[in-house]
Design a protein around this ligand. Structure first.
Ligand code: SF4
Ligand code: SF4
Length: 367
């Protein structure tokens, strides 16, 4: 990944036209220039020239960005704003270090069977003591003020049994007889710890589309939370661990049901390992086999809804995750899958591409 000093030409490409302002979710909410892409590029430019220091105000404006990439997509001068903001965060972390809580979390997420994995298993048993169902929406709120969580913040419940521990996943045998495509499934933290049913349903669909599925061991977090927070050392370690785990699988494709994991493994993993040309080459080979579940089912396995059961008329809308629509160019495939549901009607929402607000660590730094 390029350090900030090598991105000077990108910063200089910004002509301060302000076209990006109308697409930025944080400008829409906060309404000030420092919360706009143009404002942030100006701040990073001033920092890189030594005109301003590493102040809390500078960091606040940097951290308020969700790294959604809408500004980069809409910039007429093709300024790589996301790389500029990510490099600026990494430089700040290099100088100031990683906050303790984030550092502990990232250390643990390098290994799903490690100390954080064990801690999360205990937490999933005890979560009822510390949290209760939220009346405001799906999720939990803490019964007391807790570090990192505070009061009133909605948190997703941990699964009772994590995806990688499910007996049916542990006993998956992978390839068998016949000349079917082989798919390795990468879970990621969201599917593993929070939504295992997304993983089991994905595997059911891959099998229904006619492929063999296996779940390679040794998977780590995709590294995107650490990358977004500027902790490149942790993100790189995760990238290396995933490279080794996924490379050893000889599957034709590696599928994920998480937009962020897909973008992380396709584009960011090779970037994080680019300091070593041999590792980068290996990472690019693995990245070329990564597919989002919708892309795999439609474009690679030719799934056309076989086995979809009729149900009552259901209206469904769809929100494009930034890391799927914008980063991977996959907008039609998820919509096609929704339309395969018999009785399902897809009704577009307003602004389906507007960032959900979860990206770039914003949920932790500015709830
Ligand atoms: S980032 Fe692009 S769109 Fe935004 S002000 Fe600079 S040149 Fe204009
Ligand atoms: S990446 Fe998204 S949130 Fe950040 S400045 Fe660009 S448009 Fe705004």
């Amino acid at each position: 990944m390029k350090p900030l000093e090598l991105l000077k030409h990108e910063i200089d490409k910004c002509v301060r036209c302000g076209t990006c302002r109308s697409t930025c979710p944080t400008t829409k909410v906060l309404g000030v220039e420092t919360a706009s892409p143009r404002g942030r590029v100006s701040l990073v430019s001033a920092f890189s020239k030594g005109e301003i220091g590493l102040s809390e105000t500078y960091l606040k404006h940097l951290r308020e960005c969700t790294l959604c990439g809408a500004c980069r997509t809409n910039c007429p001068n093709y300024v790589d704003t996301v790389s500029i903001f990510a490099a600026a965060r990494a430089e700040a972390v290099e100088k100031q270090g990683v906050p303790l809580a984030a550092s502990l979390a990232f250390r643990g997420l390098k290994d799903s069977g490690g100390i954080v994995g064990i801690g999360l298993k205990i937490a999933s048993r005890l979560q009822g003591l510390l949290f209760k169902d939220a009346s405001a929406g799906p999720g939990l709120v803490s019964r007391f003020s807790l570090p990192l969580v505070g009061n009133g913040r909605l948190v997703p419940p941990l699964a009772k049994t994590f995806f990688l521990d499910l007996p049916e996943i542990k006993s998956l045998s992978g390839a068998g007889e016949g000349n079917r495509p082989r798919v390795a499934f990468y879970a990621g933290c969201g599917v593993n710890y929070l939504m295992p049913w997304v993983g089991t349903k994905s595997i059911e669909l891959i099998k229904r589309a006619g492929a063999w599925v296996e779940v390679p061991g040794g998977q780590a977090c995709c590294g995107m939370p650490a990358y977004a927070m500027g902790d490149l050392a942790s993100a790189r370690e995760m990238a290396l661990k995933n490279l080794e785990a996924l490379e050893s699988s000889g599957a034709d494709f590696i599928a994920t049901s998480c937009a962020t994991c897909g973008h992380g493994l396709k584009a960011i993993m090779p970037e994080l390992l680019s300091d070593d040309p041999a590792l980068k080459l290996r990472a690019e080979k693995v990245a070329s086999r990564i597919r989002d579940i919708s892309e795999l089912l439609l474009n690679e396995l030719g799934f056309r809804g076989k086995g979809c059961e009729s149900g009552p008329k259901t209206i469904v809308t769809y929100h494009d995750p930034c890391h799927l629509g914008r980063a991977q160019g996959l907008r039609e495939e998820p919509r096609e899958l929704i339309k395969m549901g018999k009785g399902t009607v897809l009704k577009e929402m307003k602004h389906p591409c507007l960032c959900c607000g979860l990206g770039g660590g914003l949920m932790y730094t500015n709830y």
